[in-house]
Write a protein that binds this ligand. Structure first.
Ligand code: HEM
Length: 376
């Protein structure tokens, strides 16, 4: 018996491969923003705490300045998290709606709760940024925001795991239709959530390297950002490797065999390892050199994107191989391509990406009055 709801009789208006490509590309961008947000928020909290409680003097001022620089970008980064989350959600619904809608309804209270958690998180981030920029103690607000973001990440991981477990849906719905019950414990959930959280610190380090390329910051602050960002990225990418392995090990045997036996997933795995190795090398180089260079900023951005893209392709493999073993083959869909509409969509899509790129470049060039100015 097929455990999934019946497929929508209306055919897809574009080939599955196109939806997949768009899904992977936009989800990688969402993940970059999520990871930068989670990582740089935690680093800013830490620096804000250490700057107040620690050494004082020049080092204390540097830490507070670095915290303020990171905090100041957080509201904008969160905007990117949200806006870059919408496109992959739409593509995921087109491709996996039968599974994703069901799991979303089953944990509906938590799923809808994301809206409220996100609103509260946003408010806290604004408060945190304002206080950090004013050089005031702010770490508690930042920590609360990070905990809310971590809870949102947990809800996403729970839903993306539950959508792969149709065998649990009937019992969950029989137990309650109110959507407040969480699914039974799942060995894959913890590792995949941890992978995202630990990746946040890798990306947080790369983000510090990226920010160190901003020429209007003081030399001292730029050097602090590049060396500590490099150190953080190098340490955390090493720490993330065993978590990545745990994500793999926690999968059922058939999924692991599929991952190892399919060229595209093998390549994605190797690409992730290569990107991780290069991040380690870049991190060590930045930590050792301590001198900011705009080349290093761009390399950090490219490596962060490459690591995320390969991780998303691999993650896609975990989902497709799991679902296919349960009778859901995402490639088996009726397709009636409407090419003029597809062409129009692609034009608008590319224009949208160009607009995002332009916004990022404006953000990079923007010169705030207050940056680099906290005295201890
Ligand atoms: C602070 C806010 C957010 C955080 C921390 C966050 C974090 C995450 C995490 C950790 C995952 C991966 C889950 C997993 O596979 O284990 C994820 C997936 C996803 N998120 Fe976000 N997210 C946030 C906001 C949003 C918003 C506002 C949207 C949409 C409007 C969104 C759309 C998505 C989509 C579509 C996926 C993956 C769907 C798929 O599997 O194809 N996220 N998010």
């Amino acid at each position: 018996m097929n455990m999934f709801p019946a497929v929508d009789p209306i055919p897809l208006p574009a080939p599955v491969w196109l939806f997949k490509a768009l899904h992977v590309a936009t989800l990688a961008l969402h993940f970059v923003a999520v990871e930068v947000f989670l990582g740089s928020l935690l680093v800013a909290v830490w620096l804000s705490l250490r700057g107040r409680a620690g050494a004082g003097g020049a080092l204390g001022a540097l830490r507070l300045n670095a915290a303020s620089t990171l905090a100041r970008h957080l509201p904008v980064v969160l905007t990117f998290v949200i806006n870059l989350g919408v496109p992959p959600l739409l593509f995921a619904q087109v491709l996996y709606g039968r599974a994703l809608y069901t799991s979303s309804v089953l944990i509906g209270v938590y799923w809808i709760g994301v809206v409220f958690l996100l609103t509260a998180c946003y408010w806290l981030v604004y408060r945190f940024a304002a206080r950090a920029e004013a050089g005031r103690s702010a770490w508690l607000l930042g920590l609360a925001a990070w905990l809310l973001a971590g809870a949102i990440a947990r809800i996403y991981s729970t839903n993306m795991t539950l959508m792969l477990r149709p065998e649990q849906w009937g019992a969950m719905y029989s137990a309650t239709a109110l959507g407040w019950r969480l699914p039974p414990a799942d060995p894959t959930l913890g590792p995949r959530w941890l992978f995202m959280l630990s990746g946040g610190l890798v990306m947080g380090g790369l983000w510090m390297i990226w920010l160190s390329g901003r020429k209007h910051l003081t030399e001292g602050l730029r050097s602090y950002l590049v060396s500590n960002g490099g150190r953080l990225a190098a340490v955390m990418v090493v720490a993330q490797a065993p978590v990545a392995y745990r994500v793999f090990r926690a999968q059922p045997e058939a999924v692991r065999a599929g991952l190892n036996g399919t060229t595209v997933y093998q390549l994605a795995g190797v690409a992730w390892l290569v990107a991780a190795g290069l991040i380690l090398a870049l991190g060590l180089w930045c930590a050792w050199r301590k001198s900011p260079a705009s080349k290093a900023s761009w390399i950090a951005a490219a490596l962060g994107l490459a690591a995320m893209l390969s991780a998303v392709v691999y993650r896609d493999g975990i989902r497709d191989l799991t679902l296919v073993g349960k009778g859901f083959d995402v490639w088996q869909r009726a397709v009636a391509t409407n090419w003029p509409v597809v062409a129009l969509f692609l034009v608008v899509f590319v224009a949208g990406l160009a607009a995002v790129g332009w916004l990022v470049s404006v953000m990079r060039r923007a010169k705030p009055v207050s940056e680099g100015g906290i005295e201890n």
